[in-house]
Ligand binder design. Structure first.
Ligand code: ADP
Length: 241
């Protein structure tokens, strides 16, 4: 089976000379849910940005669904990303002037695909938002907004969804709902999710956890529990909350 994402020896040094990634090699199997954790400044966001094609590594290669993202120029990379990669951000990044339905249809439009309203409505129905199609984001709670963002990430049926602290702005109950949905996206719908989080409870929803320290891989944990994750993090130098 093709890996959904393969990272080969990723290095990233920023203009100021900071090395954020010091050679990361990792694979994310299709149909898996992986959390990426590590102390602040360990390179988690940089890893996600490079893996998703939002930024380029200084060296190393990124493959999404068998296609080398790092081998193509910016325009085809953007095109590929729009079709094959989904994103969920901490602050939702919904467009306030668009309705729920229009926000979810947007990636299809940007990718030059048919704006399939039936599919959009079915996705939103599965996310419990079937009654909110014509509302604007300002009328929704944080948890509902994040569910719209998950719908938007799902609608193109991407090879992978990258989530950067998706529960960082949510209360406990909404966070649980969103994490349960992300699990269902993987286990019931067969998608692949890679999630950066600093929260051991959130990481415990994943199938496995990759730990980063100082821009390098610092271990992995399968079938993680929040306690086991917190313990590992403490050893990586982060004071577990
Ligand atoms: P994390 O997500 O684990 O907190 P980051 O990937 O954001 O870590 O950052 C890793 C390192 O790279 C840090 O030392 C950070 O200060 C640095 N860094 C991140 N983004 C930039 C940037 N745009 N320019 C310069 N340095 C950066």
């Amino acid at each position: 089976m093709t890996d959904a994402v393969r990272l080969e020896s990723l290095h990233k040094t920023y203009d100021g000379g900071v090395t954020a990634l010091g050679g990361v090699t990792a694979t994310f199997a299709a149909g898996s849910f992986t959390a990426v954790m590590g102390p602040s400044g360990s390179g988690k966001s940089t890893l996600l940005q490079c893996a998703a094609g939002l930024d380029r590594p200084t060296s190393g290669r990124v493959f999404i669904d068998g296609t080398e993202l790092t081998a193509v120029k910016d325009t085809p990379m953007t095109k590929f990303r729009r079709r094959r990669v989904g994103f969920v951000f901490q602050d939702y990044n919904l467009l306030p002037a668009l309705t729920v339905e229009q926000n979810v249809l947007l990636p299809l439009r940007l990718a030059g695909l048919r704006a399939d309203r039936a599919r959009c409505r079915s996705v939103l129905g599965q996310l419990g938002l079937g009654e909110r199609l014509h509302d604007r984001p300002e009328k929704l709670s944080g948890g509902q907004r994040q569910r719209v963002a998950i719908g938007r990430a799902l609608v193109t049926e991407p090879a992978v969804i990258f989530a950067d602290e998706p529960t960082g702005a949510l209360d406990l109950r909404s966070a649980r709902e969103v994490l349960t949905l992300l699990r269902a996206v993987v286990h019931e719908h067969g998608r692949t999710v890679v999630m950066v989080t600093h929260d051991p409870t959130a990481a415990a929803y994943a199938d496995s956890v990759l730990f980063l320290a100082d821009g390098c891989l610092a271990g992995a944990l399968s079938a993680p529990t929040a306690d086991a994750v917190a313990e590992r993090l403490a050893h990586l130098g982060e004071v577990a909350a």
